[in-house]
Design a protein around this ligand. Structure first.
Ligand code: SF4
Length: 247
C-alpha cells in the first residue's frame, strides 16, 4: 500500500490550457514521469528534491516524501482562499504514477465539493481505471513525438492503447490535448487523428503548440486542417499562462 507521495508544488493559478482556460484552480503538481518529452517544461518535477507550496500569502518548503497527514496539513494552508477555486488540477510529471493521491484529495475535499481534474499523458490506462470513479475531468495528452511511433507497428499499438485509455476516461468529462511541434510528421499526425476521430469524432480536441518551438501560422494551419477533417470540435489554443507570463 502506498503511504507517501513525492510532491513538487501546490499553488493556485489560472488554468492556461484546454477546456478550462481562464478558470482559477488549485494546482497540485507531483514529481515523477514515465516519459521524457524533449519539450518538457516541468523537468524539475521529474527529478527528486524538495517541494514548495505557495498560497499567495505564504510560501512553504519541505522534504519529500510526504505522507497523508502532512499532505492534509499542506492543504489546510489554503483555508480562507479555497473558496476561489472549485477545481483541483492534478498535474505533474505524470500523476497516475502516484494515483493513490487522488483518493486523498477526494477524502479531503469531498465536503467542499471540489472537482478533480486529472492532467495525464495518456499512457497508464490500468492506473486510470483504478481511480476513474474519483475523478471528474480528464485532460488527456496524446504525445505524437515519441520516437517509437516512426515504426508503423508501434504506432498502431500506441493508437490501440490510446483508444482503450479514451474509453476509460470517457466515463467522466474528457478533453484531448495534442501538443504540436516541428518534430511531428504529417503522416503520424494524420494516422492518429483519423484513427481516433473515426471512433470518437465528437471529442473536444485542443491543438497546443510547444512554446518557443518555432511553429509558424502555416504549420499550425496544416495541423488544424487535418484535425478538423476528423473531429467536430477542434481548437487551436496556445499555452495561455505562458503568454500571460504565469510560467
Ligand atoms: S509527459 Fe509531461 S511531464 Fe512527462 S516528460 Fe512529457 S511533458 Fe514532461
Amino acid at each position: 500500500m502506498n503511504t507517501v507521495i513525492y510532491l513538487h508544488e501546490i499553488f493556485p493559478s489560472f488554468q492556461g490550457e484546454g477546456l478550462f482556460v481562464g478558470k482559477y484552480q488549485l494546482f497540485i503538481r507531483l514529481k515523477k514521469c514515465n516519459l521524457s518529452c524533449y519539450y518538457c517544461d516541468s523537468v524539475e518535477s521529474r527529478e527528486d528534491g524538495v517541494y514548495s507550496v505557495n498560497t499567495g500569502k505564504q510560501g512553504i518548503e519541505g522534504e519529500n516524501p510526504v505522507d497523508r497527514k502532512q499532505f492534509f496539513q499542506l492543504l489546510n494552508s489554503f483555508n480562507g482562499v479555497d473558496w476561489m477555486f472549485d477545481t483541483i488540477s492534478l498535474t505533474g510529471g505524470e500523476p497516475l504514477l502516484q494515483n493513490h493521491v487522488i483518493k486523498w484529495i477526494r477524502d479531503y475535499y469531498s465536503l467542499n465539493q471540489k472537482k478533480i481534474l486529472l492532467e495525464t499523458n495518456g499512457t497508464l490506462k490500468d492506473e486510470l481505471q483504478e481511480v476513474i470513479s474519483d475523478i471528474d475531468i480528464v485532460s488527456m495528452d496524446i504525445k505524437l513525438t515519441l520516437d517509437e511511433l516512426k515504426s508503423p507497428e508501434k504506432l498502431q499499438t500506441f493508437l490501440d492503447y490510446t483508444l482503450e485509455f479514451i474509453e476509460i476516461a470517457m466515463r467522466k468529462r474528457l478533453y484531448i490535448k495534442i501538443p504540436i511541434t516541428k518534430r511531428i510528421s504529417p503522416e503520424i499526425f494524420t494516422a492518429a487523428v483519423s484513427f481516433i476521430g473515426f471512433r470518437y469524432p465528437k471529442l473536444n480536441v485542443f491543438l497546443q503548440d510547444v512554446f518557443d518551438d518555432g511553429l509558424t501560422m502555416k504549420d499550425i494551419m496544416d495541423f488544424y486542417s487535418i484535425a478538423v477533417c476528423h473531429f467536430d470540435n477542434v481548437r487551436y489554443v496556445p499555452q495561455v499562462h505562458k503568454l500571460a507570463g504565469f510560467i
